[in-house]
Design a protein around this ligand. Structure first.
Ligand code: F6R
Length: 612
């Protein structure tokens, strides 16, 4: 979703801002812009389309622009179509103050109407312009940029991560946050603001996370933070742990492919130091202090969105079958608004790659408000969900840049498996059984590597089916969510309509769709319900559906029914989804490449959905 990068220092910030915007491209956006304070005035340059179009529009690549105070923004349209006018930064009435903004100002119409009565003229369809004008109006009263921002924000309803600069103040940047992440980057004689550490990590690793309701004033020498009511706040400088190489493509054509291939390593990272094989047990430091509450929980409610929700569905099978704990899974967007019956006996587990998804965060806060213990399974270290939860587990997948989530999903499943085994041991599973499961978990990274060693047959399948219009994905048990996730991957990057279903549900409706033009992807490992899924395969075959099946390497039955088989190593049933999804990620990727879509920046999608 929208991205922010800003700089105040000694250097020419133009290349730095444009590079920062490029690093934020993965979040999803449809226009980009920068504002620079130069010689007592502000220059705003903005353009619909990609950062490359902004660069060529302003000729910045030729080094024509120079400024040591500036800010840049990538916009993902909410209010008003993605065109040059609606792109950020936005001006105040006098064109003396510029604002970039992530989030949504809910009462922007009220603000606009009031200011219009005072003579303000608005040029864009955005909510942000209303905020910029409001800050301008407050500046008229106070003559102080930071106070003007605080006073304006006191009148605003909604969410924001903002940066503001003024032509009157060439030595100051003001930033603020409510519901949309803002990070300060601390340098030597220079300071930064970003919505995401990826934008600034090649300049500084020292960061400060703003909390909701905080405002920051940055100069070249330092920064100070306060609440909107001007109460000073104390901040701790933290260190960003990931490496620059982790947010670069490293020889792969796309981030998505790189991240698919990282999975043997990222799955292993999720287990490192946590899997105690000889004890048949698991150590998760972030859950030790809430273990009592976890063990006495009436139930676990897992809540999440999209791919993370699919991980939650697999988690439900793991928690109920391995740890024998009643578990429910809810879409965060539904959970937050349906007044859920949650109380202090419940544990609510939020799964989120970014740790910033607006619906997941709101669901977590709602559960917390009702007294539940809230835990997070999160990838991005220091993200809001990680900070606001009572405890949790980082998945340690490293930065995920590809908009279609891949490695975060398998890492989430890995952590869910670890939690299940840990709880199972606490609830009476024998050490011997624990050792068997722990040993099996330890084999998963190598088994993932085997899948990735030979992928040409998956490319061939993708070429064969690249022009079809619809796909059906079927699986049962813990592989039903794998079918859902496989279908989601296909539709989001190749724009082919795909649906996931529990295989046995097919005959209650979707079977009407099956004919010789309908490819059906089956996930059919040799598990307890293998024979049942074989019957579902027969039903599709009888109607001439074209079957692609993900099977175990020693399977010789499915090949008699399927047109194509993709083989994966065998594992314990509930760990199977960690492996079975990998060929489906590759299938979606190669279909998208064969169809020529922009895999890393699929249309309309945002990496981190920080608005409702
Ligand atoms: C799909 C995808 C999304 C996210 C969803 C939740 O590939 O990435 O469906 O899974 O937006 O995001 P997080 O996990 O960051 O809360």
């Amino acid at each position: 979703m929208c991205g922010i990068v800003a700089y105040i220092g000694q250097k020419n910030c133009v290349p730095l801002l444009l590079e920062g915007l490029r690093r934020l491209e993965y979040r999803g956006y449809d226009s980009a812009g920068i504002a620079l304070v130069q010689n007592g005035s502000i220059g705003v340059y903005k353009k619909a389309g990609k950062v490359a179009e902004l660069v060529s529009a302003i000729g910045a690549s030729n080094g024509e622009l120079k400024a040591s105070l500036g800010m840049g923004h990538t916009r993902w349209a909410t209010h008003g179509e993605p065109n040059d006018t609606n792109a950020h930064p936005h001006w105040d009435q006098k064109r003396e103050i510029a604002v970039i903004h992530n989030g949504i100002i809910e009462n922007y119409q009220v603000i606009k109407t009031k200011l219009a009565q005072e003579g303000h003229i608005f040029e864009t369809a955005t909510d942000t312009e209303a905020l910029a004008h409001l800050i301008g109006a407050m500046y008229e009263r106070t003559g102080n940029l930071c106070s003007a921002v605080r006073m304006a924000l006191a009148e605003v309803e909604g969410t924001y991560g903002i940066v503001v600069l003024s032509k009157h103040d060439p030595d100051r940047l003001v930033a603020a946050r409510k519901g949309s992440p803002i990070i300060l980057g601390v340098g030597d004689g220079e300071n930064f603001v970003a919505s995401d550490a990826a934008a600034i990590v090649d300049h500084t690793r020292q960061v400060v996370y703003l909390e909701d309701g905080e405002v920051a004033e940055l100069t070249r020498e330092g920064f100070r933070t306060m609440t909107i009511d001007d109460v000073k706040t104390d901040k701790v400088i933290q260190e960003v742990t990931f490496e620059l190489s982790q947010i670069e493509r490293g020889g792969y054509d796309h981030f998505m492919l790189k991240e698919i291939h990282e999975q043997p390593e990222t799955i292993k990272n999720g287990m490192r130091g946590r899997l105690l094989i000889e004890e048949g047990n698991i150590k998760l430091g972030g859950l030790q202090h809430v273990m009592g509450r976890l063990l006495s929980a009436r139930r676990i409610v897992i809540t999440a969105c999209g791919t993370s929700w699919h991980a939650g569905l697999v988690g439900e099978y793991m928690f109920e079958q391995i740890a024998k704990i009643p578990t429910e899974v809810e879409y965060a967007s539904e959970f937050r608004y349906r007044s859920p019956l949650v109380n202090i006996d419940d544990v609510v587990l939020v799964i989120s790659q970014s740790g910033e998804t607006a619906d997941s965060l709101a669901a977590m806060r709602e559960a917390k408000r009702k007294g539940a213990t809230v835990l997070g399974i999160v990838n991005v270290v220091g993200s809001t969900i990680a900070r606001e939860s009572d405890g949790g587990v980082y998945v340690h997948a490293g930065p995920e840049i590809g908009v279609a989530s891949t490695k975060a999903f398998t890492s989430q499943l890995t952590v869910l498996a670890l939690i299940s085994l840990m709880l199972a041991r606490q609830r009476g599973m024998t050490k011997e059984d624990g050792i068997v499961l722990a040993r099996e978990l330890a084999t998963i990274p190598d088994k993932a590597r085997q899948i990735l060693e030979n992928t040409e047959h998956i490319e061939a399948i993708a070429r064969e089916f690249k022009d079809v219009k619809n796909f059906l994905y079927l699986g049962r048990g813990a592989n039903f969510p794998v079918a859902l996730e496989g279908a989601l991957k296909l539709k989001e990057i190749s724009y082919i309509h795909a649906e996931g279903y529990p295989a046995a549900e097919m005959k209650h409706g979707p079977i009407a769709l099956i004919d010789e033009n309908m490819p059906v992807v089956f996930v059919v490992p040799k598990d307890a319900i293998y024979e049942k899924v074989l019957s579902n395969l027969q039903e599709v075959r009888a109607r001439r559906g074209r079957i692609i099946a993900v099977v175990n390497e020693d399977d010789h039955e499915v090949e008699k029914l399927a047109e194509f088989v993709i083989r994966v190593p065998r594992t314990y049933g509930f760990f199977g989804p960690i492996l079975n999804i990998i060929p489906l990620q590759l299938l979606a990727y190669h279909m998208a490449v064969a169809r020529g879509t922009d895999v890393d920046q699929p249309r309309n999608l945002a990496k981190s959905v920080t608005v409702e």
